[in-house]
Structure formats: C-alpha cells, structure tokens
Design a protein. Structure first.
Length: 279
C-alpha cells in the first residue's frame, strides 16, 4: 500500500501543528461544560470540527501563498511551489476539510450550526492580510482565539460567555499573535525583498521580538486575571508559572528561531490551557 499520498497531505496541511489548538479547545469545552469534561460524543465532534477547519484554513493559506512561497528559499520546496501537488488537489483537500467542519457543526447542532460560517471567514482570509497590513500576525491570532469560544458554545449549548472564557480567548489571541511575529523573523529578508507586510520587515528583528514580548505579556496578564477571577488554587498558579518560564524561553537568542516557534511556543500554549482546568 502506497502511503506517500497520505504523507504528502499531512505535510501540506502541517497536521502536527494541530497541537496548537487541541488543548485550547479542550479547555474551552471544559469551561463550557461547567468545569468538567463534556460528553465523549460532543468532544469528538468538537475535535473533528477543529481539525476540519484547520485543514481548510491551512490549505487555502498554501494556495494563496504559493507564488510568495516560490520566491522564498525557506518555503520554495513546499508542495505547490515545487510542483509536487497541483492546485486542484489542494482545493480538494480544502473542500474536504470544510466538509468535515460543517458536518461536525451540523451534528453538534444549535448555535454551533448557526454560527459555523463565522470562523471560516478569518480562516480563509487571514493569509491575505500579509498583502495589506503589518498587523497580519493578529489575523492568525484571531483564527485560533475563536477555537475555545466555539468549544465553549458546543459544550454549553449557548452563547452566554462569562469573564474567564473571554479572557482565555484573549490569552490565545495574544499568545498566537506573538508567536507568529517570532515566526516571521525567519522571513524578514524575503519579505522585504518581495514587499510582503510583516512586523519584522517593518521594524527589524530586534524591535519585532520586543513587540512580540509585549504581546506575550498581554497573554500572561489575561491568564493571571483568570486565576484571580476563579480564585485558583496552587496547581493552577504553578501551571501559570511554568507557562511564564516557557514564554521567556521564546526570547533566548541562543535557541534557534524555528525551535522557539515550534515546539516551545506550543508548550507555552498547552501549559496555559491547563490553567483553567487546574483552577
């Protein structure tokens, strides 16, 4: 059995980066279910919706960026610019991801189905922001920030968002936005050469990383507010302290930039996601 096509799809969609969102989604579902795990069926459909949405969003990102990727030495060997995958195949993968997402929302029903079009707009459109604004990094932050809110709606059956879930969504927004700024430092020369908008291209590496640090400071502040609101115990505060230390590691210059983005920033998000659960 030839598994190479499957491996190609997994590489194309960067499925391993789903690790960014699953702990955040579970935390949102936990809060939506009133501080306990949701039912297995609900959790399964939440996860399938998240995976489908991510496949759809990443596929369109690769499609929209294929010409940009072709002139960037770091990304020129990706499937579309290298010619190892046709655009038509990428569109089929995007369509499959969209189908899984919508079908999952259908089975979840209620507000999940009604609100299901909303996350698709930033998921498909965020990659276009780098063509118009230096603030494009906050687009991907928005995409990920919607995930725990959606999980909360699925687990609770309503849209009565309280303070902790709203603050947690802002934590995700600032965490991912800051991580994407760091990620963009790797492309600073190519972005400047080809007039791609990014904060590193605009500010330079040093100031971009300082900006990312301030954004991550906002993420930590949101999490501390959650701890105060829920009157968290020692376990949650300990998780927050560990997350803070991991955030600091993202700014150690001796650590290579790719490693700072993945997996270090992933560990920061995962540890942060544990805070509401342990609270």
């Amino acid at each position: 059995m030839d598994i190479e096509p499957v491996k190609k799809i997994l590489r194309f969609t960067k499925i391993e980066h789903t690790a960014f969102s699953i702990p955040l989604i579970f935390s949102g579902a936990w809060m939506g279910a009133g501080g306990r795990p949701p039912s297995t069926m609900v959790l399964a459909f939440i996860l399938s919706a998240a995976i489908g949405a991510r496949i759809c969003g990443m596929s369109f990102n690769r499609i929209f960026d294929r010409n940009i990727d072709a002139v960037n030495p770091r990304t020129a060997d990706r499937e579309l610019p290298s010619g190892s995958m046709a655009v038509s195949s990428a569109l089929k993968i995007a369509g499959a991801g969209l189908f899984v997402y919508v079908a999952s929302c259908f089975f979840l029903g209620g507000w999940c189905l009604v609100l299901s079009p909303i996350p698709i707009i930033p998921l498909i459109g965020y990659s276009l922001l780098k063509r118009i604004t230096w603030l494009c990094h906050f687009g991907i932050g928005l995409c990920l920030a919607i995930a725990p809110l959606g999980a909360f709606v699925a687990a609770s059956g309503g849209i009565a968002f309280d303070g902790p879930i709203i603050l947690f969504s802002f934590f995700v927004f600032f965490w991912m936005s800051g991580a994407d700024i760091i990620y963009a430092v790797m492309d600073i020369d190519s972005d400047r050469k080809h007039h791609i908008y990014s904060l590193p291209a605009r500010l330079g590496s040093a100031w971009a990383q300082r900006t990312a640090a301030m954004v991550h400071g906002m993420a930590v502040s949101c999490m501390i507010l959650i701890l105060v609101i829920i009157n968290a115990g020692p376990a949650a505060w300990s998780a927050m302290a560990i997350a803070g230390l991991i955030f600091i590691l993202m700014y150690v210059p001796q650590i290579p930039l790719p490693f700072r983005f993945f997996p270090i920033s992933t560990f920061a998000g995962i540890t942060g996601a544990m805070v509401p659960i342990l609270g």
